[in-house]
Structures are given as C-alpha cells and as structure tokens.
Design a protein around this ligand. Structure first.
Ligand SMILES: Nc1ncnc2c1ncn2[C@@H]1O[C@H](COP(=O)(O)OP(=O)(O)OP(=O)(O)O)[C@@H](O)[C@H]1O
Length: 592
C-alpha cells in the first residue's frame, strides 16, 4: 500500500523526526551563523564609520585616535567572523552528512523487510536513484536551509532594531520593507508551480535512471534486435521532459532573483533619499546616513539566502517525497518478532510434516485472478517432493509462500507444524533456502558469493557444498580458485555453472527445506544426474527437498508430486501411481 503524498511541512517534520539526535549541532550551526553574519554587518558599519570619522574629525591624532583603533577592530572582527564561519560550516555539514548517513541506513533497513516482494520487478534503476541521488539532495535541507532561513530573519531584524535605537528610527522604518519582501514574499512567488515542476523533474530523473539501468542490463537484447536507436530516442524524450521541467523551475528562479536585486537596490536608493533629506534638515548627520546604508548592504546577503535556497529546497523536498514513498511503505510480511516461536532442531516433532499448505489462496497485488487457490498439500520430512504444472500455473508462487516472501490471503503455510507467521522471519529464511530460476551473482569473489547466507562457513563446509553442486572442478580451474573475482551477474560463468553456484550457496546455509525452482534446467544430463545423486545423499532422509519443474520426466524419481493447473491442485500422489492413472500428470508425461 503506498502512503498518501506528503506536504512539504510534513516532509520537513518527517526529516527532522528521523534525525532528532542532530538537533543540538543543528541549533549550534544556526546560532553560529547568526552571530557570524551580525559580525559581518558590524564589520561594514565599523569600516564606514571609521572612514567618515577619519575624514571629518579634526585634530592631530587621527591616526592613533581613529584609524588604528578602526583597523584593529576590523582585524579582530574579521578573525572572529572567520572562526565563526568555520565552526558554522563544520557543524552544518556534520549535521548534513550525519543526516544523510542515517537516512541511508533507514532506507536500507526499511527496504529490507519489503524485499523481495516489493522489490522484485520494481524499477531497480529508479530505486537506486532514490537510494543515492535523492538522499544526497536532502543534504540541502539540513546544511543549506535551516541555518540560512533562521539567519535571514534574525540578522536583518536585529540589525534594523539596532539602527532604530543607535542611528535613526525613521531610516530603520524605511529599511524594514526590504528584508520583509526579500525574505518573506519574493522567494515564495509562484511557489506551487515551481514545486510541481521540481517534483516532475525528480520523477523524470528517476525515469532516466531506470531507462539507463534497463539499457545496460538489456544490452544484449538491444544489440541482438538492433534496438539501439529506439532506446536512444526514448532517452532523448525522457531528457526533454526533464529539461522542460527544469526550464520551468529556472525561469521562475531567474525572475525571483532579479526581483530581489531590484528591491535591495531600491532600498538603498530610498534610504539615501530619506537620509539625505533628514541630514539636509539637520535631524541626523551624514555618518548616520552612511551607517544606515552600511547596515542595509550588510543584511543584503543573509536576506538573499532565502531566495537562493528555495529552489534547491524544492528539489530537496521532491527527493524527500520520493524517499518517503519507499520508507513509509508497509512491509509485505511483518516479522512475528521475539514473541514468536523458535524451536531448536532437536525439539522439532518427528511426526509432523516438514511443510503443510492448508487451503492456501493468494493473489498478487493488483491481479484480478488468484495465482494459487485452495491449495492443501503436505510434504513429509526427509522426502523429495515436486511441484509440476504448465507455465504460469502457480508453482513459483507456492514456493514464495513457503519462504514467506508473501503471506497467503487465506489458509496457512506451516513449517514443522507451526504457522510461518508465528516463526521469526530470519528463522524461516534460514530454514527454507530457495535456489531461484534466475540467481543473482554479485561482482565479488566466488567465495564471497558462496558464503552470502553463512559468512562463518568453514573450509570443510564450503568444500562439501561445492561437492554436492559438482562445482569443485570448476572452482579449481578458475585462475584464483575461490578468490577469483566474478563480474557482476556472474558474467564469467556459464548458465549451468551459475545454477550450481546458486545451489552451493543455498546448501552452505544447511537448510531444513531446500527449494529448487527450475534450478537445474541449464545443466547437461550427466552433470544433472550427478547433482541429483549427491543431493539425495546430502538430504540423507532428514532434509526435505521441494523441486519446482515443468520437466515432468525429471520427477519420476521423487517421492511425491503435486500437479497444479491455474493455481489449483489437480492431482497429488506418488509419481509412479500418477503415471499409471490417466490423469493430468499422465497427460503432462505423455507430452514429453
Ligand atoms: N510478481 C508478480 N506479480 C503479479 N503477478 C505475478 C507475479 N509473479 C507471478 N505472477 C502471476 O502469477 C501466476 C503464477 O505465476 P508463477 O510464477 O507462480 O507460475 P509458475 O507455474 O511458476 O510459472 P513458470 O513455470 O513459467 O515459472 C501467473 O499468472 C503470473 O503471471
């Protein structure tokens, strides 16, 4: 179920909630920035008043009485400002990068329980853009938003209040509309439109990443079917969508930036006009006019920062919204947690079936037809069972339910007599190992790929698994043996070797139930025969094997067979009996 689209305010609160621990350094960054910028305004004021005093004050010791103290103050203030800037940048970026690290951790920790159900078939390119670029964009929210936003309000107000008290209240009043417009009005002009365009740009970037990821993964098909031009044209179209959205954002940002300049320069002219009149009337002196202008110039930068970050902030929120979508999604299956039942191997009852499906029905989200319906079937421990049926009959779905990738909508799946929903998820996954149709191999060494599910596997365990999978000769022939690096997706292995690697990887975890999902299809008959023999020895009458296949002749040597058709059980029994009965199994067998 997808979460409702969040608003920007909700997103800001959501981000802050997930990074609560960083609020103290964030507050520190804000205070440091405000003080640093006030020191910046003071620098200008001291410089201007110093110049005016040295020009207007008569007397012999202008150098010692005015110039040197002014220069001394300027140097002192500049050093303090530099130090404050350093500390502000340090704490701001500490907050930002720590926030990114915790968002990354959060992303993967929330994604893991959703996998593989929610990630299988999901747009992997788009997902990785969310995990990388979108998370990086959120940095703007932490490092470049809250401190500048706070200082854009506090610095101008403080400086103008000081002007009202120490210089001239009328000039302060003339200055006031400038930061008000620059901070609170102009940055938000046309905000809704740019926000929508920014969201569209983020989505377009996600689609571009997906297109590129698909093109890289499917490069063989693209070349074989001479499809490169179409892919490029598709990329151009997506690029044009992103550019159009970026243009809309850019035009508004340009206009707003121009307006900021006009208002700030207009403010200087207004202060100059009013100040000149008041100085001419003798109400204030020229130094006061110059000081007021120095203050106005000093607060221009801090005030302008709001317009500077609003566009970036939109991009940051658009990315945060894409993260929110993934992070707040409910896991497809919920872990039963510590209250659930963990039964040690020794305590497991011997008289119950290893696996039992009771009236199990399940349909994929969004599908009208159930993928399996009303399946009731038991697999005694230590047997080799097979699920057969034509393509799309629900065989793989049944094994996914057995590994609790999904929960059935009705009925139950039991492991050793206990409903899977009452067993910790980690325990289910360690007791049921699936060797899938399309195993994934990481671009790491053979060894690292083998011990994925059992990082502490011993040399002997690895050797035993390689033996059952008849992979020992293959590994021995690799240039660095087990340490040979594999290219991504196992590019340097043949299809059959890849399948055997996946089998060995599952065996190393020493599962109670080994599920083979069409996982010997790429083996030559001699190798397959030898793998089957070794698997039977490995199972040794106490481990259970569930094999999914549409090669019906392969299952004659198994203990029992389930025949599925359009998700329903149409026959079940010992293969020899079924072969003799004139039922669906015999019909499938006759087609071989
Ligand atoms: N992730 C999914 N989302 C939606 N529908 C799915 C998904 N996976 C499978 N299906 C559908 O569920 C039904 C059963 O598919 P399943 O993969 O279990 O069949 P199968 O018997 O294993 O097929 P095959 O022998 O071709 O692998 C099919 O109609 C299929 O289209």
């Amino acid at each position: 179920m997808s979460a409702p689209a969040p608003r920007r305010r909700d997103l800001a609160l959501w981000l802050l909630r997930h990074t609560r621990d960083l609020l103290t350094p964030l507050l520190l960054a804000i205070v440091l920035r405000i003080v640093g910028q006030l020191v910046g305004v003071a620098l200008l004021v001291v410089a201007v008043t110093g110049v005016i005093r040295s020009a207007t004050e008569s007397g012999t010791d202008v150098l010692g009485g005015v110039v040197l103290p002014t220069v001394g103050s300027l140097v002192g203030l500049a050093l303090v400002k530099a130090l404050l800037r350093y500390l502000e940048q340090y704490s701001g970026h500490y907050v930002a990068f720590s926030a990114l690290a915790s968002l990354r951790r959060l992303f993967f920790s929330r994604l893991a329980p959703q996998a593989p159900a929610a990630t299988d078939g999901a747009a992997s390119g788009d997902l990785s853009t969310r995990a990388t670029r979108d998370i990086d964009r959120v940095e703007v929210f932490f490092a470049h938003t809250l401190p500048p936003a706070a200082s854009a309000v506090v610095v101008p107000l403080t400086a103008i209040a000081w002007t009202a008290v120490a210089v001239d209240p009328v000039l302060a009043l003339v200055m006031l509309p400038v930061p008000a417009l620059v901070v609170a009005v102009i940055p938000f002009l046309s905000g809704r439109r740019t926000w929508r365009a920014t969201e569209e740009r983020a989505r377009a970037n996600g689609r571009i990443s997906q297109h590129v990821a698909d093109s890289v993964a499917g490069v063989r098909e693209i070349v074989a079917f001479d499809h490169a031009k179409d892919r490029l044209a598709g990329l151009d179209r997506l690029g044009a969508d992103a550019a159009r959205a970026a243009d809309r954002v850019g035009i508004v940002a340009g206009v707003r930036s121009a307006l900021v300049q006009v208002v700030q320069l207009g403010g200087v002219v207004a202060v100059l006009l009013v100040g000149t009149t008041r100085a001419g009337d003798g109400v204030i002196g020229w130094p006061e006019v110059a000081t007021a202008i120095a203050v106005l110039l000093g607060i221009a930068g801090p005030a302008r920062a709001v317009d500077g970050f609003v566009a970036d902030l939109d991009a940051s929120f658009a990315s945060a919204a894409r993260l929110f979508e993934v992070l707040e999604r409910e896991p497809v299956v919920s872990d039963a947690g510590p209250a659930s039942i963990v039964v040690s191997a020794a305590d497991r009852p011997h008289d119950v079936d290893a696996v039992r499906f009771t009236d199990v029905s399940f349909g994929y989200p969004g599908s009208l037809e159930p993928a399996v319906s009303g399946v009731t079937w038991s697999i005694p421990r230590g047997t080799h069972a097979a699920i057969v049926g034509v393509s799309g009959s629900g065989k793989s779905t049944l094994t996914s339910l057995l590994a609790r990738v999904w929960d059935p909508q009705s009925g139950s799946v039991e492991l050793d007599g206990i409903d899977l929903r009452g067993i910790p998820l980690g325990e289910v996954r360690s007791r049921v190992a699936i060797v899938s149709q399309r195993p994934f191999v990481f671009g790491r060494s053979v060894r690292e790929n083998l011990v994925l599910g059992a990082p502490d596997a011993t040399k002997e365990e690895i050797a035993a698994a390689l033996h059952v999978a008849t992979l020992e000769d293959v590994v021995a022939s690799l240039p660095q043996g087990l340490d040979t690096p594999l290219r991504e997706r196992g590019a340097r292995l043949s299809g059959g070797q890849l399948q055997r690697l996946a089998l060995a990887r599952a065996l190393i975890t020493d599962p109670d139930v080994l599920v083979l999902d069409e996982s010997t299809g790429a083996l030559d008959p001699v190798t397959e025969h030898s793998v089957r023999q070794r698997l039977a020895a490995w199972a040794g009458g106490h481990r259970t094997i569930v094999e999914v296949t549409h090669r019906v002749d392969q299952v004659l040597g198994t203990d029992r067979v389930l025949v599925l058709d359009r998700g329903a059980v149409v026959e079940e029994g010992a293969p020899a009996d079924l072969a003799d009965a004139a039922g669906p199994f015999a019909a499938l067998l006759a087609r071989v």
